[in-house]
Write a protein that binds this ligand. Structure first.
Ligand code: MG
Length: 503
């Protein structure tokens, strides 16, 4: 990319190094998650730490900073140039405002915390995690104070993951959502169609990995994920990563007793990958090169996983394929059974295993706790107790242990405060986007024939190609004519699940 503005050109040249270094770090991260022998983790941490410091130095480079200050004052910038400055401003803020020693202290504390968390979770000992968790919360408070905020300290952290998001807005959305979700869950549990277990999962027969692999390979090709510019591997936590414009990778995991898991996690991660593969190539290695926010990114993965993958019409199309791969296991289970199985709703303890109806309740709980922790309204020592009270209130279940309760997620050990809400917003955006697509395309009809290309073209035109050119609120307003509105999601759930569960 070239600009008529000299400062901006210098910035773009300098940014390209940042972009490349980020991708080199991402390759190491990918390798850590996919291939690393157990004894190599310490050495790998040192390698990543070195490059992370190099990265901080690139951001703090004097020439870069002064070109940035001058470029910010330029007048008559184009739309693209304005977005470049805005995105750089957001990304650089962390390095410019937070003292380097705090950044380093946080990196050290969180890498230590990960090991402590892992052991505490294994041994179900929250007390062992508590001291370092307190330090992480304190560091996040210090960082928030350096970054600055208007009303709520938590806002400064939310903004790191989701531009423009403040706690007040999130809280307003979540307070509307929570009672409606809890109410819908109760309706489903009381319905005729409710079931706790199915003989098709968590029992004999099992589903060979090779078959699962072929099935998901079929589906990601069907989605038009370009495997000449990507690949799929196995890792314990599925993810998507961008190593280059032509190297956008995904991972999945296999559960031999539950064939749904690899299939839907592949659709989810491929949804993230399609977003990145669809971005305007001109934006490559510039501050516009990635998806615009965590929530919009998650809207794309959730769109493919849930709005498409769990759509009854699509399951009708795909059911014969499942039966062809698992002829013995699914011999009496046609589309009607699979529609129910793939849309099973059951309140559980674990967020990552949650269904569409209960998932956001897990997020709302975490948002409320983070907000209170950051504002010193909750003593971290009381977390397990408050966690369980909220689980009972929102989901009607009480975790049998802290491992399956407050210790389940890795995020706090990484120091990620403010990340969780983007998962919920992603689900809400996906429903709102689907409603917009339905105004132009008869999704249900084309899904019956497995035709996915038209849908991808729509997403590419309205969302993917823009990369980070537009902020989330502008993007969703351009698409749907209004700001993020949780009613779309509630309506979608009520309509779908009243049919499936017959109430
Ligand atoms: Mg995701």
């Amino acid at each position: 990319m070239h600009s008529k503005n000299n400062e901006l050109n210098l910035l773009l040249v300098k940014y390209q190094k940042i972009s490349l270094l980020n991708k080199i770090i991402a390759i190491l991260d990918w390798d850590t998650n996919v291939n690393l022998p157990p004894n190599a983790s310490e050495g790998r941490a040192r390698q990543i730490a070195l490059l992370t410091e190099e990265l901080a130095d690139l951001w703090l480079d004097k020439e870069f900073k002064s070109a940035f200050e001058k470029a910010k004052e330029s007048k008559k910038l184009t739309e693209v140039e304005t977005a470049i400055i805005r995105n750089l401003d957001r990304a650089a803020k962390y390095y410019f405002k937070v003292p380097k020693e705090i950044i380093v202290e946080k990196a050290q504390t969180t890498s230590e915390a990960f090991m402590i968390w892992q052991k505490a979770k294994q041994e179900n000992k929250f007390k062992d995690f508590l001291p370092i968790l307190k330090r992480i919360i304190k560091l996040n408070q210090i960082i928030a104070d350096h970054l600055g905020y208007r009303k709520n300290r938590y806002d400064a952290l939310l903004d790191l993951y989701e531009p423009e998001l403040v706690a007040e807005t999130a809280s307003k959305i979540f307070t509307t959502l929570q009672p409606k979700l809890t109410q819908l869950l109760k309706k489903i549990q009381k319905s005729k169609g409710y079931f706790e277990t199915s003989p098709l999962i968590e029992a004999e027969p099992t589903y060979p990995q090779q078959d699962q692999k072929q099935l998901l390979s079929f589906i990601i090709k069907k989605m038009n994920y370009d495997l000449d510019s990507g690949r799929i591997d196995t890792s314990s936590h599925p993810f998507e990563t961008v190593l280059d414009r032509h190297d956008i990778r995904i991972t999945t995991r296999y559960n031999l007793k539950d064939f749904r898991e690899s299939f839907y996690s592949a659709m989810h991660e491929a949804g993230h990958a399609l977003y990145e593969q669809g971005i305007n190539p001109d934006y490559s290695e510039t501050p516009l090169e990635n998806g615009t926010s965590y929530a919009i990114h998650e809207s794309q993965s959730r769109f493919w996983e849930n709005q498409i993958g769990r759509n009854p019409n699509f399951i009708e199309y795909i059911a014969p394929l499942f039966q062809a791969f698992y002829p013995e296991q699914l011999k009496d289970s046609g589309a009607p059974t699979l529609i129910k199985l793939f849309n099973q709703v059951r309140p559980g303890f674990i967020r990552t295993e949650a269904d569409e109806v209960t998932y956001n309740l897990h997020i709302i709980l975490r948002f409320e706790l983070e907000n209170d922790l950051l504002n010193n309204k909750l003593d971290p020592a009381d977390l397990p107790q408050i966690w369980n009270i909220k689980m009972k209130k929102y989901l009607g279940v009480t975790p049998p242990s802290d491992s399956k309760g407050v210790l389940q997620d890795v995020h706090w050990s990484y120091g990620y405060f403010g990340y969780f809400p983007t998962y919920c917003l992603g689900n809400l955006y996906a429903a709102q986007i689907t409603a917009s697509i339905k105004k132009e395309i008869d999704i249900d009809k084309i899904l019956k024939s497995g035709e996915l290309g038209t849908i991808l073209s729509w997403l590419k035109e309205h969302i993917h190609q823009h990369g980070s050119l537009y902020l989330p609120q502008k993007l969703i307003t351009d698409i749907s004519g209004e700001q993020l509105n949780p009613d779309f999601f509630i309506e979608y759930l009520n309509q779908k699940y009243s049919q499936i569960y017959d109430f």
